[in-house]
Design a protein around this ligand. Structure first.
Ligand SMILES: [Zn+2]
Length: 318
């Protein structure tokens, strides 16, 4: 499959290997006043570097928050280091998906994949964070999304950011736990906030702009700085977010012989239940309900067991 054009260059993050935090590629910035403990993560997937561009810019500028402590973590650097602009879809991970290893059982197991070793290094930073913003991007060009999980506090926090990103309410993946669903972040009785940004297509400049805007709005709302203290050019105008989408189904490929019936890019609303949207090993894949929303359809990482599209329904604006 032909890859999308690579419009942005991977940032040179080698200077962030050495770190005062004691963990490579993890950097802390302290405000002069007490405040929230925030973790911002990029490169959970090695070829999704719009978040790393924004973090690199911010760290290199000497910027500091007014309040609290912000920890910036470049996560799967081993995968990112293998990035090749001629095969840009190939560097998502080294051994396994870094964003599926965050159950206690998996973190505590005896395996030592590249991703598990790195996840164990980052675990103390994840566990101490009151707020987590995990910066991702998408296989296909599409409207930005904020993946919130099912807890109302995350949905409300995301809607208050006033970005064009659409809230996606989902319960995670059957094939492993995401960082944003780890332990206390998934506790219905807790207060911790965790959002995952899907900023647009991995290598488009717009994904970097979306990331800068969302990152600053997240930090302002967490209480790390005032809106007037945001670095010049990082904020985009306030927008009324679209209604959230509640994910109701997830289509997992059964075979390598999986293909969508149209060139879906995400956000399409399919009017009729039972509409064929894909064929998998000769079997039709149909929409389960009327007005079904397609979320992040892609066969770019196709193999049996991989999610090829989430299906959802539009909720009333919240
Ligand atoms: Zn990702």
């Amino acid at each position: 499959m032909k890859h999308h054009p690579v419009q942005t260059l991977p940032p040179d993050i080698a200077r962030w290997a050495a770190s005062g935090s004691g963990t490579p590629y993890v950097h802390e910035r302290l405000g002069s006043a007490p405040g929230p403990d925030v973790l911002v993560t990029a490169l959970v997937h090695g070829n999704e570097y719009s978040g790393a561009i924004a973090m690199h810019e911010l760290l290199a500028s000497g910027w500091q928050p007014a309040n609290g402590r912000i920890t910036f973590a470049f996560c799967n650097v081993a995968a990112f280091d293998s990035f090749d602009a001629n095969a840009p879809d190939a560097s998502r991970c080294v051994d396994e998906d870094f964003n599926r290893v965050w159950s206690a059982a998996r973190l505590g197991c005896s395996d030592n994949t590249t991703e598990l070793v790195r996840a164990r290094q980052l675990l103390p930073f994840v566990e101490r964070a009151a707020y987590l913003l995990d910066l991702h991007s998408m296989h296909e060009p599409s409207t930005p999304l904020l993946v919130t999980g099912a807890l109302q506090r995350n949905i409300a926090f995301a809607q208050r950011l006033q970005t064009p990103a659409q809230v996606i309410i989902d319960s995670g993946h059957a094939d492993g736990v995401r960082m944003r669903d780890h332990d206390a972040f998934a506790n219905p009785g807790g207060q911790r906030i965790a959002l995952l940004l899907e900023a647009g297509q991995h290598w488009q400049l717009a994904a970097v702009q979306t990331t800068r805007n969302t990152l600053m709005r997240f930090l302002v709302q967490a209480g790390c700085l005032g809106k007037t203290d945001v670095p010049s050019g990082w904020l985009l105008p306030d927008r009324t977010p679209p209604p959230p989408v509640l994910v109701t189904d997830r289509i997992v490929a059964k075979s390598m012989d999986f293909a969508f019936t149209q060139n879906f890019t995400g956000g399409e609303v399919i009017a009729k239940a039972g509409t064929v949207i894909a064929v998998d090993a000769g079997e039709p894949v149909v929409t389960p309900c009327d007005n079904c929303v397609l979320v992040m359809p892609s066969v770019r990482q196709l193999r049996p067991g991989v999610t090829t599209v989430r299906l959802g329904k539009l909720l009333e604006a919240q």
